[in-house]
Design a protein around this ligand. Structure first.
Ligand code: SF4
Ligand code: SF4
Length: 191
């Protein structure tokens, strides 16, 4: 089971399922015929613990914990290949987005998956400077995952810097730009 607080895990599971079913055409997951077209179309299914077809099957079977404990949604590249090909009209990309969004909101993290940490680092970097700076992003990412990995990659970073492929500095957008960005972020968060 992914890291859902035990006392509220059923409540969270219900909230997740309700959110998925309430997506536009979300109810269509009940019409999945398990044809596997989505998995065949998916460029990253070979990296996923569960293929898109298996993910829909697990959701329909109420096995949300397995879905959240897998790397599947974090391996989704949002290419929409599954969505445009599904004969049942299931918007699987939206389901993946919703799962990711809810997992981030509730701090549900599968083990051995670092994508959520990268997303958090990206948001923190943009909120701090109004833009993403590679070095700042990687510093935040490695501090949130494994600082020793950061040290191991230091040589690579310096080699890239020497070749002009990486800037070690960071700069911020104007205060007005940061204010506007914060307003957009607050709006996106429903504030
Ligand atoms: S393509 Fe659609 S109907 Fe076929 S398995 Fe995938 S989600 Fe189900
Ligand atoms: S949107 Fe995601 S799940 Fe669907 S085919 Fe693309 S990578 Fe695979």
């Amino acid at each position: 089971m992914a890291e859902m607080p035990k006392a509220t895990s059923q409540q969270l599971a219900d909230e997740f399922m309700e959110a998925i079913l309430n997506l536009p055409d979300g109810e269509k997951i009940k019409q999945c015929i398990q044809c596997g077209t989505c998995s065949g179309a998916c460029p990253t299914s070979h990296l996923m613990d569960y293929t898109p077809r298996e993910t829909i099957a697990a959701l329909r079977a109420g096995m949300l914990d397995r879905v959240l404990d897998s790397n599947t949604m974090w391996m989704c590249s949002s290419c929409y290949g599954c969505t445009v090909r599904c004969p049942a009209g299931i918007k699987l990309t939206d389901v993946m987005y919703e799962l990711k969004s809810l997992a981030m909101k509730h701090g549900v993290r599968p083990k051995n998956v670092t994508t959520p940490a990268l997303q958090e680092a990206f948001v923190a970097e943009v909120e701090a400077h109004g833009r993403n700076a590679e070095v700042g992003l990687m510093r935040r990412f490695f501090m949130g995952t494994n600082p020793f990995d950061g040290l191991r990659n230091l040589g690579l970073a310096l080699a890239m810097k020497q070749r002009g492929r990486l800037s070690l500095g960071s700069s911020s957008v104007s205060p007005e730009g940061q204010r506007q960005l914060k307003a957009i972020a607050d709006k996106a968060r429903g504030g």
